[in-house]
Design a protein around this ligand. Structure first.
Ligand code: ZN
Length: 301
């Protein structure tokens, strides 16, 4: 079973220039909640000044119909965000630090030790509220400011995450710099070191390598991937960033290859086809435009 985790209303929407009405977000999340995802990253409690698109985080979380089979995640950048998140019905907090010190400074204006200190305080808040914590290592496969990121650096961060009590972790290719053989080697190393801990891979398709990276990660033992409906999204604080791997393209590929996912492909294809109306522009996803590979057309003869 390959777990596909939906991030469109957080990673996808955060970059959208025009505000998507709260009711539209709630309607989409309610649809995604019954499409078979085991995890949905709903929104983020970031400063409304920095990411105005997600200023309705609280209203969205309180407005959705939660499916008991889905883990609802919110991204929190700091203790203030965590406090607000924990007043809302959430199952998991996603805490993000960049492997690159420069990108971490650009993204959250913190040093590594400042981020880690605040994470350990957030984890104890989450624990008392019975909420899980996932630690994301951003720019894990390369940084637009610092270049290559060493796997030692990644392993050290994951070590600190786990020793402070994170329940799971994510390696994120925030700016689409990962390539397949690099991913394979990194996943093997991480899996060898932390075999029991759930690992998510979060790829962006910035350089067209998203699907290939997923296949090489699976080859190395990974089974959890973030993806965004329509392939939209990106980091507002990274030059040239672009969309996440596209959910329906990922599920289409995996199901053709005989992998099981719990996601209903027809359902998400119909949602993907509605997405341009919601955001007001076309999306990079391909299967929603072309149709499934065996969706045959009437013969011209
Ligand atoms: Zn992302």
């Amino acid at each position: 079973m390959i777990h596909v985790q939906e991030v469109v209303t957080r990673d996808g929407f955060q970059m959208e220039p025009s505000f998507i009405p709260t009711e539209e977000k709630i309607r989409l999340i309610n649809e995604l909640s019954v499409a078979g995802f085991s995890k949905i990253e709903v929104t983020s409690f970031v400063s409304p000044r920095h990411v105005p698109q997600l200023k309705d985080a609280k209203a969205v979380l309180n407005g959705i119909e939660k499916n008991p089979n889905v883990t609802y995640v919110v991204l929190v950048p700091n203790e203030k965000g965590a406090e607000l998140a924990l007043q809302s019905p959430v199952d998991e907090l996603n805490l993000v630090m960049s492997a690159s010190a420069t990108h971490n400074r650009a993204n959250v204006n913190r040093s590594h030790s400042e981020s880690l200190d605040s994470f350990s305080r957030i984890i104890s808040m989450a624990r008392s509220a019975n909420v899980l914590a996932n630690g994301t290592v951003a720019t894990a496969f390369g940084c637009p400011f610092e270049g290559e990121i060493s796997s030692d650096g990644i392993l050290r961060i994951v070590d600190s995450y786990l020793s402070m009590g994170m329940n799971s972790f994510t390696l994120a290719d925030t700016t689409g710099m990962a390539y397949p053989t690099q991913v394979e080697a990194m996943v093997r190393e991480v899996k060898r070191r932390f075999p029991e801990i759930p690992l998510t891979l979060h790829f962006h398709n910035t350089r067209g390598l998203g699907l290939s990276n997923i296949l090489y990660a699976i080859e190395a033992g990974a089974d959890r991937f973030d993806a965004a409906l329509g392939g939209i999204g990106g980091c507002p604080f990274a030059p040239g960033a672009s969309g996440n791997v596209c959910t329906e393209d990922v599920v289409h590929m995996l199901s053709n290859m005989g992998f099981t996912t719990s996601v209903d492909l027809d359902h998400i294809l119909s949602l993907a086809r509605e997405l341009p109306k919601i955001i007001g522009h076309a999306t990079p996803g391909q299967v929603a435009k072309a149709g499934k590979r065996l969706e045959l057309h009437p013969s011209p003869f």
